[in-house]
Write a protein of this length. Structure first.
Length: 532
């Protein structure tokens, strides 16, 4: 039995998926909330939000993600980062998953990935959980009801949290599996109820497909000046660097908070919603994101709450520190209605430096921008993991290594070419520590970071006097209105300048050691970009 709206020429049976129970096609938010509650998948929260937990997996499982090896994709995949799966093993996995699905109800969402129709991917998501349908309906872009009548999927994702893979039979690592088959345009996800696997699988596909069209896929947030999409800024950054917070500027229009493309037509959001962390979220610091947690249909993931009042506990990380909320973009008042922007005028690379070495902002040359883009530096801090006693550098190339299907240099070269062609100004912004390393210094004041970003985006920072950083060679402003001069020179913020010099050299050496793997693939000016 099928329920909902679908192109009759493209049902699941046409894709070889048969013997299911009820199939719910393209239910909208109220119906999905109703089904999730009826099936005991979650609890109705304040304002009609949906409170869910994801069980064992409270985050992605990157070690369980595979790409199917074939002659067509073999030359193009970054295999060191994407473990291969044999095509025959994938076929066994697919057959066993289809057999497992028989008799069960499934929720289908036909959605667009990409606000620019010229580069859009039409994606079908087949989910075992109703709330996963609600989640991905927020995350991707929704076709009109009329567009559903002719919708034909380019890629299909099948997600079965109750299916357990067999590593020996299916060529995977554990009972959990995320397998991408580019030839069959099919992704299989098993044994994980973490909804983010759906979202990031789509991103991984776009990261493979778009570079062939000279479109730069980016793990970044983006905004533009009011009424002026030409004045677009993008914010690269790993988790904890402030990517969502700093792009959510009330004085600018939010294009999106996580995934974008940059084509010769301009920039565009891949998604139609936001997936924000909620730990320590407050109405004072982030009022609009906080407000979404009590709006209808917002998916509240892995948060504890009062069983009677349904009040959320934003400080309790007993389930996970990775607690989140997923909501549609129009829940943010200053969000773009089109998801489109111009060619980035400013490119911000965010890092959280727990070593206390990097300045709060630095201007990068194109070669330096490629160096820091390929490095993708941030820091794990003491207390984040058992046994971490001092800051540990994390280098996640392109600010999103787990989602990069191709070699990093492919993305770096496209970015560098577009910077040169469209004249973007690049900045490195440190939201980490100053006055010493973690445990001695203090976190960079958010007020100062915002003041520096405002000056950069408005163009006034370009008029400032700059000095050359002796460790990394980039330009650092000497004085900026509203920011203490001492903050702009990290060495002066340390009580012991010799200790700073030692720490700075340590970080430079870490950068250099990490970058050795790119030495045979990049130009000499990029290799020299970190030399002060």
């Amino acid at each position: 039995m099928t329920i909902g709206r679908v192109n009759p020429a493209h049902t699941l049976s046409d894709q070889g998926i048969t013997g299911l129970g009820q199939v719910f096609y393209n239910l909208i938010e109220p119906a999905l909330v109703e089904e999730a509650i009826k099936r005991n998948e979650g609890t109705l929260g304040k304002g009609g939000s949906l409170l869910v937990t994801t069980g064992k997996h409270t985050g992605r499982s990157p070690k369980d993600k595979f790409v199917v090896m074939s002659p067509a994709v073999e030359p193009h995949i970054w295999w060191e980062n994407n473990p291969p799966m044999d095509a025959a093993a994938f076929d066994r996995l697919h057959a066993d998953m289809l057999e497992h699905m028989k008799g069960k109800d499934y929720f289908v969402q036909d959605l667009f990935a990409g606000a620019d129709p010229a580069h859009r991917l039409d994606v079908r998501l087949v989910n075992e959980l109703a709330w996963h349908g609600l989640f991905i309906r927020h995350m991707l872009r929704r076709p009109s009801r009329k567009e559903l009548d002719t919708f034909a999927p380019d890629f299909t994702i099948i997600n079965c949290p109750t299916f357990k893979a067999d590593p020996k039979k299916h060529g995977c690592r554990s009972e959990t599996v995320i397998a991408i088959n580019f030839d069959k345009k099919l992704i299989l996800i098993g044994n994980s109820a973490y909804a983010g696997e759906n979202k990031k699988s789509v991103f991984s596909v776009l990261n493979y497909l778009l570079p062939a069209k000279n479109v730069m896929p980016m793990h970044c947030s983006a905004n533009h000046a009011p009424g002026n999409p030409v004045d677009t800024a993008i914010f690269f950054g790993l988790s904890g660097t402030g990517k969502t917070t700093l792009s959510a500027d009330p004085n600018r229009v939010l294009i999106g908070d996580d995934e974008h493309g940059w084509s010769d037509r301009g920039s565009f959001n891949f998604e139609g919603g936001c997936y924000a962390k909620t730990i320590h979220l407050s109405p004072e610091a982030e009022p609009e994101i906080y407000a979404t947690t009590t709006k209808f249909g917002t998916v509240i993931e892995n948060m504890t709450f009062d069983p009677e009042t349904k009040d959320l506990n934003f400080e309790d990380d007993s389930l996970t520190a990775n607690m989140r909320c997923a909501y549609p973009m129009d829940y943010i008042s200053n969000a773009s209605k089109t998801g489109l922007g111009g060619h980035p005028k400013n490119i911000i690379m965010l890092t959280c430096d727990a070593f206390g070495v990097l300045p709060p902002i630095a201007r990068l040359t194109p070669a330096q921008a490629m160096y820091h883009f390929l490095s993708g530096f941030t820091s794990k801090t003491p207390g984040t993991e058992v046994g971490v006693l001092e800051p540990i550098p994390t280098f996640s190339t392109c600010f999103g290594a787990p989602f990069m299907a191709r070699r990093p240099e492919v993305y770096g070269n496209i970015l560098r070419d577009k910077i040169a062609k469209y004249g973007a100004t690049c900045w490195l912004v440190n939201t980490g520590w100053t006055g010493g390393a973690f445990g001695t210094g203090s976190r960079m004041p958010i007020k100062a970071t915002r003041a520096l970003l405002t000056a950069a985006l408005e163009g006034t920072l370009a008029e400032a006097k700059f000095r050359k950083d002796p460790s990394f060679g980039f330009d650092v402003p000497v004085s900026v209105p509203g920011v203490a001069d001492i903050l702009l020179d990290p060495r002066r913020t340390w009580d012991d300048s010799k200790a700073y010099d030692k720490q700075a050299q340590k970080l430079v050496d870490m950068f250099a050691a990490n970058f050795e793997k790119y030495a045979d693939h990049i130009d000499d000016d990029v290799k020299a970009a970190a030399i002060g």
